[in-house]
Design a protein around this ligand. Sequence first.
Ligand code: GLA
Length: 336
Amino acid sequence: MAKSWTPGRVNLIGEWVDFNGGWVLPAALPLGVAIDVTQIGGTRDIVGSAQFEGLAEAELDARASGHWADYVFGALQYARRKGWLTGGARAELSSDIPAGAGVSSSAAVTLGVLRALAPADTDATELAVLAREIENRFIGVPCGIMDQMAVAHTRPGEALALDTRTLSLQTIDLPSGWRFAVLHSGVQRKLADGRYKTRRTACLEAADQLEQEWLCDATDLSALDPEHQAIARHVTSENRRALEAIRALEAGEAETFGRLMTASHISLRDDFDVSTPEIDRLVADFLAHGAPGARITGAGFGGCIVVLKPAGAGQDWVQPVLDKHPAARLVCEIGS
Ligand code: GLA
């Protein structure tokens, strides 16, 4: 039996830049998915999950059908192509990463199946590139590389400063005394529902119109129509914020880091238009409560926010804000 454990991730800053040639700063969650894979031979794959009733079954060359187990079937198919598996397999999953919340539960599953089956010395970046290909080609979501790299390279307590253009990276320990709360807004979202594609297409169109290979490199946006200008303004400013935030993290400057997080939220809300009114209220209430920074995290359209806690704030610091938002809940805290 082959086993793996892979964390979910929360993106601290650098949103919607990972297919635009930008920098991102995700961090591992203490939550993850444990996967056991057993070769069973035959012509079908079988998937069970501690979180879902019943077993999912598929032919060895089945296409994605919109089922939660697609990520596993896709990863098993790609593992067979790599020669890491022969015939059918049975995979058992147990995950405490909330699904559909912007914290990469699906990237962790895909990467985790590959990690369980690949030879032990396989490069983590190779696994991440393969996991992204599965998401792009098998699942059909044209995502960037951030999530797969984050879950492949980081362990709880670490963040990943990643140049998504070159895949050069550095893992950074979260500075001592810094804690981030990850909270689910209670608004459920799904990535495959087309809104991700629409935003991505708008980014590529903007880059095209400005004759840039990467939208992050654009400086003069004035040739764009107002809608594309807003999209490009978010992408270019977010890349600058991510670089500044990486520097602030390394220097231990929490106030600067928090200010950049909040600026990122405002840009995602006003220019990129991927926030929701509930999430805006949640972020505003945490800022009013004394958070140095707060923002929506992941693709958006619902899901989680990430809040930098003030120094010395205890476990129950989030509670007064949660009392005003009954649908929201604390997912976990990260940091030391
Ligand atoms: C999703 C995608 C990532 C990235 C983020 C937005 O998580 O999978 O590649 O584009 O959205 O930053």
